[in-house]
Design a protein around this ligand. Structure first.
Ligand code: A3P
Length: 287
């Protein structure tokens, strides 16, 4: 399939024509948020699936029933993806757990009125690139990444699904009502998962004792979560995602870009990063 057939542009951002159908986009546009919704927001490949495991475990007080029986895409549905609009989200009891890859300025009007809680997960963009490179090679609804240097230019120019990483991160960093947004990085979760679980629970006003926090963190370790059929996409049809090419839960580490980018590519990435992020005041763990 050609690039033009694979992508559709919505609010100025390239989306997958197959995954983000006109019905799904319309449903999200008209979706009614509630103030007690919990929304996980990420640029793709930043730790969405991981957070879709952590948040339900926190909200259930550590009860693994939902993560063991309900696939992640139904447990914490993406609002812009294909079948989510058939899940009767309007009927789900509060607090609903939802996800999106939208930039801040793509959000529908009810989001700005209801002001749900947002957990915004960010990841070192060089690792996002690395993860994306492998993902684009195994997902049939995305263009084949082609040579790495070409894909790098596309990624840095935002000519990939969900557009520019830089625009995405900046849009959410500049969001209003920041007391409703928790910013956390993939790297912090890697460094201390127990502390990250405790902080997310606190943000969600869920009190967990130390033993439950520990159990959730243990369950969500990469090696353990990889075994969960409801989260590792092993139930996804191989014609959609060919995990013989690259597993969805691939490596689960911070800093894999060092194995992927050449020295020249990494230097080029840094130069583009510096330019695009020059107005951003906050320091990231990967800086
Ligand atoms: P890698 O390809 O670098 O391994 P998303 O869910 O946003 O698409 O992100 C996918 C990335 O998160 C993949 O990165 C995947 O392996 C990683 N990931 C998923 N679950 C994880 C976990 N429990 N611990 C660490 N990384 C995890």
């Amino acid at each position: 399939m050609t690039e033009a057939e694979l992508y559709t542009v919505y609010k100025g951002v390239p989306m997958s024509a197959r995954m983000h159908s006109p019905q799904a986009l319309k449903h999200f546009e008209e979706f009614s948020f509630r103030s007690d919704d919990i929304l996980i927001v990420t640029y793709p490949k930043s730790g969405t699936t991981w957070t879709q495991e952590i948040v339900p475990l926190i909200m259930s007080g550590g009860d693994p029933a939902s993560v063991e029986t309900v696939p992640n895409w139904r447990r914490v549905p993406w609002l812009e993806i294909g079948r989510s609009y058939t899940f009767n989200l309007e009927e789900r009891p509060s607090p609903r757990m939802l996800a999106t890859h939208y930039h801040y300025n793509m959000m529908p009007s009810s989001f700005f009125k209801a002001k749900p809680k947002v957990i915004y997960v960010m990841r070192n963009p060089k690792d996002v690139f690395t993860s994306s490179f492998h993902y684009y090679g195994m997902a049939s609804f995305l263009e084949n990444p082609g040579p790495q240097s070409e894909f790098l230019n596309k990624f840095l120019d935002g000519k990939v699904m969900f557009g520019s990483w830089f625009d995405h991160v900046k849009s959410w960093l500049n969001a209003e009502d920041k007391e409703r947004i928790m910013y956390i990085s993939y790297e912090e979760m890697i460094m201390d998962l127990k502390d990250s679980v405790a902080r997310i629970a606190q943000f969600l006003d869920k009190s967990l004792d130390a033993e439950v926090t520990e159990k959730i963190a243990e369950r969500c370790l990469f090696k353990n979560m990889k075994q969960n059929k409801m989260s590792n996409y092993s139930t996804a049809p191989p014609e959609l995602m060919d995990q013989t090419k690259s597993e969805f839960l691939r490596k689960g580490i911070a800093g894999d870009w060092k194995n992927q980018l050449t020295v020249a590519e990494a230097e080029y990435f840094d130069a583009v990063y510096e330019d695009k992020m020059k107005d951003v005041k906050c320091k990231f763990v990967w800086d």
